[in-house]
Every structure is written in structure tokens, then in C-alpha cells.
Design a binder for this molecule. Structure first.
Ligand SMILES: NC(=O)c1ccc[n+]([C@@H]2O[C@H](COP(=O)([O-])OP(=O)(O)OC[C@H]3O[C@@H](n4cnc5c(N)ncnc54)[C@H](OP(=O)(O)O)[C@@H]3O)[C@@H](O)[C@H]2O)c1
Length: 310
């Protein structure tokens, strides 16, 4: 039987790549979206509201896996309205999926849930594994609520539960790499702020492979850091990006300027650029997942040069 994967919130950056990845394997893919988009080969869009059980629940019946990515983007200004939407959209989506799953007579045997390395907070040079203490800032609190909704839900069946604490995913078709590489091409790819904040990155291809690995590895369960084993500081990250794009040294962007531009021009929370953490995918490595991309420069070259030309 053809495996079938359901991706709530799959219309965005990670979901589009995951959908293409599984469709290329010949799997049936269903994306749950609040808006309806034209279907692609082996990828169907089904409407849901991200909060309540609806006719979409029938798609779960007999499916292989759910990979839930739904949540209001964190790339927005830090204010009470956005904070509420960031938290509620995530917890409501998990609750709706649990309720839908509990109506199935043949539910999927594995649920994969997006989570984030922001759980560990702004950690300077401290290296974080899955065992590291959790922070108590806003993004960490959202992540705790998100994971709690997922792991502490009452499931009528006994599905395998996997949460990926996702790092900074690098892809050619979305995410933060496109604007960063545009700035770098314009000779504005200098160090951001102190440049000491760590970036725990992963190639989008490895992220898709992690999800496939979790589905196909019966022993995989619990929380996993989803990043390459080679985090770098922002200073190194920007230097290697300039190298990949053949750009010379560029002037650093001081924290005050990043804060000003983030708040007034880009309308995003400057913390996203100024804070970070060095994480290791300890559990993935111990349990046999092998990364295709562990070198950042090679990753940049693949995404920005090779994939651009195919
Ligand atoms: N990209 C990364 O590097 C990264 C890192 C750490 C964690 N994550 C997490 O991984 C997930 C996927 O990331 P992404 O980069 O693919 O994000 P994305 O491009 O913003 O996609 C997320 C999807 O969630 C849905 N969504 C937005 N607001 C919603 C709401 N209020 N209620 C229900 N659904 C809503 C949207 O789908 P529709 O509009 O079609 O409904 C959207 O396409 C996110 O939850 C993100 O926080 C991503």
C-alpha cells in the first residue's frame, strides 16, 4: 500500500520541501491548510481551520504519519497580540489533531511534531543537548506549552510521538537564507550584532530525511534536536556565506542598527537575529541518523549555487 503522510501547516517553507520529498518517494501527501491551493502531483491540499475537527479528519484514517508544522510565524513584531497568536495557533492545532485522531478507527501509528531549539534560550557558548535545562523567556515558554500539548494529550490509540526541536533550517526556496543571501550579494553580509550568538543550522534536505527516518525507525520516540552537529557563531556563518557568494569582508551591523531596522523596516523581533544557541543533535547521532550536510560552506554552495542552477 502507498504510504500516506498528512502535513498540517504544510503550505509554508518546511512543509513544501517535506511534501516534495515524500512525493518524490512516491508517497501520497496531504497538506492541511487554512486556504485552498491547487493540488500538485501526489500532493493534495485539504482545508482545515487549525482549531476544530472537520471533514479533514477523514484524511487521517488509515494514513501512515502526521507531521504537524502549523503555527503563526514568529517573524513578526514582539507585542501582546502576536505573542497570543504565536502560542494559541500552536496549541490549538495540536489539540485539533489529537481530537481528530481520536475519531479514527485506524489512526496513523506515528505523529511528528514541530518544536524549536528556542526552548534552551539564549545560551552563549554553552552547548545544548536534549538533556539541557529549559529557559523561561517567551519563546521557551511557547515551546514548553507546544510540547506539553503534544506529549500530554490523551490519545485513544498509542501512537509513537516524536518532536523535532528544529534549528535554523537552510533551504533554497524559503526561510531566512534568501533574504540573508540577498543582503550578502549587495555587500551587506557583515557580522550581526556581537557575532557571538550561535546558529544551530541544518540543510533542508537533512530535515526532510530526519522526518523520513523517524517514520521508518520504530524505536524513534521523544524529543530530538533537529540541527547539524556543527553549530557556528553568527560571525562564522556570515563569513562563510560571503565566501560562498564570492563577496569580500562587509561592515558589521551593530546591535542597535539591527534592532532599529528589524523593528521599523522588517517589522520582526530583533531577538531572532541577535540571540542564539549552540545545539547538538545528540539523540539523532546516537540512534543512527546520518547527516548528508555537516559543513556550512558546502551547504551554502549546494543551496545557493548548485540548486539555483537546476
Ligand atoms: N523554518 C525554520 O527554520 C524553523 C525553525 C524552528 C521551528 N520551526 C517551526 O516549524 C514550523 C514550520 O516552519 P516553516 O518555516 O515551514 O513555517 P511557515 O512557512 O510559517 O509555515 C507554517 C504554516 O503554518 C500555518 N499557519 C500559520 N498561522 C497559522 C494559524 N494561526 N493557525 C494554524 N496554522 C497556521 C500556515 O499554513 P496555512 O496558511 O496554509 O494554513 C503556514 O504555512 C513552524 O511552526 C515553525 O515555528 C521552523
Amino acid at each position: 500500500m502507498t504510504p500516506k503522510v498528512i502535513i498540517p501547516g504544510g503550505s509554508g517553507f518546511l512543509g513544501s520541501s517535506l511534501a516534495a520529498h515524500f512525493a518524490n518517494l512516491g508517497w501520497e501527501v496531504v497538506i492541511l491548510s487554512r486556504s485552498i491551493k491547487p493540488d500538485k502531483r501526489l500532493v493534495r491540499f485539504v482545508h482545515w481551520d487549525g482549531r476544530t475537527v472537520g471533514s479533514w479528519a477523514a484524511e487521517l484514517e488509515g494514513s501512515t504519519a502526521v507531521i504537524n508544522l502549523a503555527g503563526r510565524s514568529v517573524a513578526c513584531l514582539d507585542n501582546e497580540i502576536n505573542r497570543k497568536a504565536i502560542l494559541e495557533s500552536r496549541v490549538s492545532a495540536v489539540d485539533a489533531i489529537t481530537a481528530a485522531l481520536n475519531t479514527c478507527s485506524n489512526p496513523p501509528k506515528i505523529l511528528i511534531q514541530a518544536s524549536t531549539l528556542a526552548l534552551y534560550g539564549n545560551k552563549g557558548e554553552v552547548v545544548c543537548t536534549e538533556e539541557s535545562p529549559h529557559a523561561d523567556d517567551f519563546f521557551a515558554e511557547v515551546t514548553k506549552a507546544w510540547e506539553n500539548a503534544f506529549f500530554k494529550a490523551q490519545y485513544k490509540s498509542n501512537p509513537r510521538l516524536v518532536a523535532f526541536r528544529i534549528g535554523f533550517i537552510l533551504g533554497a526556496k524559503g526561510g531566512a537564507l534568501a533574504p540573508l543571501s540577498l543582503l550578502t550579494r549587495l555587500f551587506l553580509g557583515g557580522t550581526t550584532g556581537s557575532g557571538k550568538q550561535y546558529i544551530s543550522w541544518a540543510h533542508i534536505n537533512d530535515f526532510c530525511r530526519m522526518c523520513q527516518w523517524a517514520i521508518q525507525t520504530d524505536s524513534a520516540r521523544g524529543q530530538y534536536n533537529a540541527c547539524a552537529p556543527t553549530p557556528v557563531t553568527n560571525k562564522v556563518f556570515m563569513k562563510q556565506l560571503r565566501q560562498a557568494l564570492n563577496r569580500p569582508w562587509s561592515p558589521p551591523a551593530p546591535a542597535w542598527a539591527v534592532t532599529l531596522i528589524s523593528k521599523t523596516v522588517m517589522r520582526v523581533n530583533p531577538e531572532l537575529a541577535l540571540k542564539g544557541r549552540a545545539c547538538l543533535p545528540e539523540r539523532l547521532l546516537k540512534e543512527g541518523f546520518s547527516f548528508n550536510y555537516t559543513q556550512l560552506l558546502e551547504t551554502f554552495k549546494d543551496l545557493l549555487i548548485t540548486q539555483k542552477n537546476v
